[in-house]
Design a protein around this ligand. Structure first.
Ligand code: SF4
Ligand code: SF4
Length: 155
């Protein structure tokens, strides 16, 4: 598995410089297959090991849902990342993860970053390669996506 991850990271780097024809359609098809095979409730690895980025709109929406002020919400759970200025979770697993069920306790108002994760069908796949390179390590869905693309393009 670890060797494959390394292989897939090299493959992703190659995709950045040698973009194959029909890449967007290939990603779309592979992504659909991946979600038919992946059960996020049996995993929740993203909620356990990573932090989403909380936008101002996320903070406003979630704090209102929790009947808190945005400032109190930030003080209680978030920190500001120095290099980017992004608001992130202080702790992992995420405080909103129900560890028994692997469900998000604020699912309806969760951060946009969580709702879009693992961002497979972003408009230009190659611009997000740095994210997928990290996520082949932690996200089984991204691992499967890259595996499918590798098998198809190496056949
Ligand atoms: S890490 Fe990937 S497969 Fe696991 S719960 Fe998150 S999105 Fe789903
Ligand atoms: S807010 Fe919800 S979906 Fe996002 S990391 Fe926390 S538990 Fe997971």
């Amino acid at each position: 598995m670890q060797r494959n991850r390394r292989k897939y990271r090299y493959f992703l780097t190659r995709l950045e410089t040698q973009k194959p024809k029909g890449l967007a359609a290939m990603v779309k098809k592979a992504d659909k297959e991946v979600w038919a095979e992946t059960d996020c409730l049996a995993c929740a690895n993203c909620c356990k090991t990573m932090t989403p980025t909380f936008t101002t709109a996320d903070i406003k929406r979630i704090s209102a849902h929790l009947k808190m002020t945005p400032d109190d919400f930030r003080d209680k759970w978030l920190y500001k990342e120095r290099s980017t200025g992004d608001w992130m979770n202080r702790k992992q697993p995420c405080q909103f993860l129900d560890k028994k069920t692997n469900k998000c306790s604020i699912y309806a108002v969760r951060p946009a970053d969580c709702a879009g994760f693992p961002h497979h069908t972003k408009k230009d796949f190659t611009e997000w390669v740095h994210v997928y390179k990290q996520n082949v390590e932690y996200c089984p869905a991204t691992y499967r996506l890259v595996e499918k693309m590798y098998n198809q393009l190496s056949a």
